[in-house]
Design a protein around this ligand. Structure first.
Ligand SMILES: Nc1ncnc2c1ncn2[C@@H]1O[C@H](COP(=O)(O)OP(=O)(O)OP(=O)(O)O)[C@@H](O)[C@H]1O
Length: 225
């Protein structure tokens, strides 16, 4: 059964509705993401890309419309169910790595696995395997401050995949890197995504990177097309 990993249907979201300064950001945004599909989300600044990713990632709720993760309707589910689904099914990568500075690269990937109940030895083996797959096995025991920007971002990608999610959501994952580094980090991310068969929605301003994904969706006037 090839059930979609993520379905957004008619999603609406606004801020300060009915007040001065009302902004209607999403106005019926819809998308379907199949298992293994990697889709670029391209939008002008302020068009609502982060809003859309937060709703897809169950960090925020829509005013109207449906959000289905792996067949389950989550838009109006309890906070507890949404949190459980987010932990089990969704990995996030942001523009800035948000790694914990006092822990090493490997520990940053181990911690979310321990929180999910994985035994320490298995979590450490997985962390080292992920780091090797993105080409930075030798940096496993360094803290983030000792890593380059591209290395930090590769660790952040490994952390997002630590608990084997079905869906990866990335908000400008290479937006903070120079073009050559951005290219290398993107290639590592794609290798990892392709190797695990998970679905990904990756926001980017970089049209060359967007063209390397399976499909490009543009967010414009609150809709996707
Ligand atoms: N909490 C909020 N309250 C009021 N307005 C908000 C809030 N969050 C976002 N907005 C507005 O909603 C619109 C979309 O914001 P969002 O952060 O989703 O855009 P974006 O496409 O991710 O932008 P960028 O690429 O610049 O990060 C913007 O006009 C923003 O000012």
């Amino acid at each position: 059964m090839n059930e979609p990993v993520l379905v957004l249907d008619g999603v609406e979201k606004g801020y300060n509705l009915g007040q001065p300064g009302e902004v209607r950001v999403l106005r019926g945004a819809s998308l379907t993401l199949a298992p293994g599909e990697v889709v670029a989300l391209v939008a002008p600044s302020g068009a609502g890309k982060s809003t859309l990713l937060h709703i897809a990632g169950l960090l925020d709720t829509p005013d109207a419309g449906t959000v289905r993760i792996a067949g389950q309707d989550m838009a109006r589910a309890s906070d507890r169910r949404r949190t459980a689904a987010r932990r089990a099914d969704i990995g996030f990568v942001y523009q800035f790595h948000h790694l914990l500075p006092e822990f090493t690269a490997a520990e940053n990937i181990v911690l979310p696995q321990l929180a999910a109940g994985t035994p320490r030895a298995a979590a450490e083996a997985r962390a080292r395997d992920l780091l090797a797959r993105v080409g930075i096995a030798a940096r496993a025991d360094h803290r983030p401050a000792a890593l380059s920007g591209g290395e930090q971002q590769r660790v952040a990608v490994c952390r997002a995949l630590a608990n084997t999610p079905r869906l990866l959501l990335a908000d400008e994952p290479t937006g903070n890197l120079d073009p050559a580094t951005s290219d290398r980090v993107f290639a590592a991310l794609m290798d990892l995504v392709r190797g695990t068969g998970l679905a990904a929605l990756i926001a980017t301003h970089n049209l060359d990177l967007a063209a390397r994904m399976d499909r490009v969706l543009h967010l414009q006037d609150g809709r996707l097309g």
